[in-house]
Design a protein around this ligand. Structure first.
Ligand SMILES: Nc1ncnc2c1ncn2[C@@H]1O[C@H](COP(=O)(O)OP(=O)(O)OP(=O)(O)O)[C@@H](O)[C@H]1O
Ligand SMILES: [Mg+2]
Length: 501
């Protein structure tokens, strides 16, 4: 470029620039996701990620069978910010900044080799931070071909008609002091969970578009919405706004834990656990950017992630034409809703939060045991009074009735006891301890031995038959629809027809 009078050329030094870019805040999993974006944009059908543990010589590679690049295209791809972020992109293009390949790679590795094949010709170029650091003038010295010792790692590309291979070596940000083989294996697991989530809509059985493999093993999609489960609640899809910045939203309430098997419950939680994975899931061209966040929305103050809303998840689809609106970052891991959509998104979230909270608090009332979705008689009732919320014991519950029906002194003392319990129920403490332990409060004799459930059941059953003249069948039916015995249908059904006086 010509230098005009009164101006200076001030290019940055290569080594310093790249060293600075290493700190953008990628994790290994988000950096790999950035490479997979490029494979998908290049139309790849199969992507193979390889992790090789060799101590400090360990390496990671990503091989795709996409369209590949010619030598000049590869050179452009290796340059930082060669494409202007303001340029409109095809909807199948997951890129934006012309940076990802470089920034993601340097965040993990000091040596980046990219080999590509197109129209039967192969090209290979390489950045090496150690070589750049040795140069005095800070030049952007792009090296041709692989390092001799790396040639064999690139061999798999040669078998392809077209495609690209990215090789990360000198993994100084991964294999640091004290990092061992087990840590490497744990890292592979984390990467697998992350990619199964971020690209689940590309891996989906119904619309499988790309096969992702890690060390030869195919990734299965992780669907945050459990959309295959019969007990998942979902709203219809709702468009928000119009034109290119149109957003499509769909809200989901995941099933209560009682409706999930233990395995399903663990799987559904997601890589970061139930509580962290609530909120909005923002997808850009079906690629997940944000996996569970309330996006700084809320009334009065920002909503935080709490236990009682953990079943709420919202799918938001945005297009790559609204990148600037949503302040998409290079790492493709943040998104901020534009001001004009905030009110609508808040209303949407309020509704689903409310539903999710009710499902969370509702202890499997329409339980499978009664089969007919009959209402179950609770022990505790929550009542809203002018003075605030109160918790009361249901006087019609058979265990309570059995005492109150005694009348006289027994009934008076029982009533006295109930009033004391109701006035002193440690709501604050239960709330705090539940929130801190991130576990659901236990109930329904969850941890009690079967014999103790039977013992209580038998007392009530006898009382119903012997003192109230209820038939054994009717007594069993009543107990099946009564907390907490609704959760133990087998024990109720096993109560004998004949009972001794
Ligand atoms: N696996 C690949 N196959 C074919 N072309 C690729 C591949 N990876 C990168 N490229 C080319 O290199 C270019 C630069 O990639 P890079 O990831 O740095 O930026 P980007 O994808 O354009 O934008 P972003 O910074 O948002 O990721 C891409 O636009 C693409 O043309
Ligand atoms: Mg990219």
């Amino acid at each position: 470029m010509m230098r005009t009078k009164g101006s200076r050329l001030a290019p940055p030094r290569a080594d310093g620039t790249i060293e600075a870019l290493r700190g953008l805040g990628y994790t290994t999993e988000s950096a790999l996701a950035d490479l997979i974006d490029n494979c998908i944009s290049a139309g790849a059908r199969e992507v193979d990620i390889s992790f090789r543990w060799m101590g400090r010589e360990s390496w990671i590679s990503v091989l795709d069978d996409g369209c590949g690049m010619t030598d000049p295209e590869l050179e452009t791809a290796m340059r930082l910010a060669e494409t202007n972020p303001t340029r409109p992109r095809n909807t199948s293009d997951l890129g934006r900044f012309g940076m990802g390949l470089k920034t993601a790679s340097f965040s993990q590795a000091r040596r980046l080799t990219v080999a590509s094949r197109k129209s039967g010709e192969s090209s290979c170029l390489r950045w090496d931070l150690d070589v750049l650091a040795e140069s005095d003038d800070g030049a952007w010295l792009l090296l041709e071909g692989p390092r001799q010792s790396s040639e064999s790692m690139l061999a798999d590309l040669e078998g392809k008609k077209s495609g690209t291979m990215v090789l990360w070596e000198v993994l100084d940000r991964i294999v640091s002091e004290g990092f061992g083989e087990q840590d490497f294996l744990d890292l592979i697991d984390r990467v697998e969970r992350h990619l199964a989530m971020v690209f689940h809509r590309f891996l989906d059985r119904s619309g499988r578009m790309v096969e992702l493999r890690i060390n030869g093993r195919s990734l299965k999609p992780w669907d945050p919405f459990l959309s295959w489960h019969a007990a998942t609640w979902r709203s219809p899809e709702a468009p928000i706004g119009g034109g290119a910045s149109r957003v499509v939203a769909q809200t989901y309430v995941l099933p209560h834990k009682d409706k999930l098997s233990e395995r399903e419950g663990i799987d559904a939680a997601g890589p970061d656990g139930w509580s962290s994975q609530q909120g909005f899931y923002v997808y850009r061209e079906r690629r997940l950017l944000v996996s569970g966040s309330w996006l700084g929305l809320g009334r009065g103050r920002y909503w935080s992630k709490d236990e009682s809303h953990r079943l709420a998840r919202i799918r938001l689809d945005i297009s790559n034409a609204s990148d600037a609106d949503w302040k998409i970052d290079i790492r493709k891991s943040t998104a901020h809703p534009p001001a004009r959509l905030r009110e609508q998104l808040t209303r949407l979230a309020e509704d689903v939060r409310d539903r999710a909270r009710r499902v969370f608090l509702h202890r499997a009332q329409a339980n499978a045991s009664t089969g007919r979705g009959a209402a179950v008689l609770p022990v505790w009732k929550s009542e809203m009074k002018a003075s605030g919320r109160r918790y009361r014991v249901e006087r019609e519950h058979p265990a309570v009735r059995a005492l109150l029906d005694e009348g006289g002194d027994v009934a008076a003392r029982a009533e006295g006891l109930l009033r004391v319990l109701e006035e002193t129920i440690p709501v604050q403490r239960i709330w705090l301890e539940t929130a801190e332990s991130s576990e659901q409060p236990r109930g329904g004799f969850t941890a009690a031995p079967e014999s103790s459930v039977v013992e209580v059941l038998t007392v009530l059953y006898r009382n119903l038959i012997l003192r109230k003249g209820v038939s054994p069948d009717a007594a069993r039916r009543q107990l099946l629809a009564t907390e907490p015995f609704d959760l133990h249908p087998e024990l109720v059904k096993g109560l004998p027809d004949e009972i001794a006086e």
